[in-house]
Design a binder for this molecule. Sequence first.
Ligand SMILES: *Cc1c(COP(=O)(O)O)cnc(C)c1O
Length: 401
Amino acid sequence: MPIKDKQLPNEQGYFGQFGGKFVPETLMPALSELEQAYLEAQADPKFKQQFKQLCRDYIGRPTPLYPAEQLSAKIGGATILLKREDLAHTGAHKINNALGQGLLAKRMGKTRIIAETGAGQHGVAAATASAMLNLNCIVYMGEEDIKRQSTNVFRMKLLGAEVRPVGSGSRTLKDAINEAIRDWVTNVTSTYYLLGSVVGPHPYPMIVRDFQSIIGRETKEQVMSLYHRLPDYLVACVGGGSNAIGLFHPFFGDREVKFIGVEAAGQGLETRHHSASLVTGRTGVLHGTKSRLLQDKSGQILETHSIAPGLDYPGVGPEHSYYKDTGRATYVAVTDAQALEGFQLLCNTEGIIPALESAHAVYYAAKLAAELSHDRLIVINLSGRGDKDLDIVAQRVGMEL
Ligand SMILES: *Cc1c(COP(=O)(O)O)cnc(C)c1O
């Protein structure tokens, strides 16, 4: 019998010892209101129908499950399938969550959306959903990140969002998060805080997981109809962990399906220039939740690095920490250089330019496939397309665009 984990997180928002709500007292009522509204929405067939319809007509779901025959043949081992989140509207999985939470915000009568973004990808997803749902959108972004990500800033502005520069601290994501929380505390009645991954205080890790689980539910149906069996491995990159949990979660009770999360080893795990919170991190509290994180001996959060902007985060969703501790999933790390190999490999064999985040999963899955027989099935979550990363890749190979 498949084991169900419908009870997780528990009522306090814990997955085993991880999760919870580590926020100022002033935010507790807002989190309770959100949880209540979400549980009601989930129990309302009309809400589910609305989400489903927009997934189809706006995002373009279901995204295909594509048998990568050329890639599989080149490697000469297991059969590799690609879950094509790169074909979703806006070119990545983040829109699934942004749209779901946007609908929830409207249902709650909120008129104002706030979000924070580092690389800008979640900002673009939040701005997109807000434009479509006619909600005001304000995106907090560190001044450093604004400089580095000018294209995404322009996208958000085109979509009608206001981008608020944050000049405090290191002027990057963590400072933007602090500003967003400050805004939420001040404007809690009118404002919905739209979080971009399975992180933050309860109920966010649960809400984001549930909206992203459409990836795994579709994958299960598609693989069953193609092969009449479950896959052997699911492989996904892990930044905050939302595309990975979205793929994994619907298979939680299918114990024969192995989960592999791929983190960013950056310039190497021995260098400190990486973002491998699960592979090397220790338990601590960051941004409202207890999970594994990259911190020094005195608990100071470490600077992170990855060639993939979306993997560059010192924490990770609490459910992943739980999967790691219980052995339900295995976590590995892939370096910048290896991710670039995975990137090239997919370009050359399949004519698909992957996001650098997804390229981490491609590299690891290709290594794994080589050791397995042809009848084994590996699903890679191709979380996004690579158009956004062309500058980074060109620079690395010494080309000027
Ligand atoms: C943001 C992003 C990621 C990492 O975020 P998760 O929450 O770990 O999924 C991965 N891939 C792409 C394309 C992204 O934009």
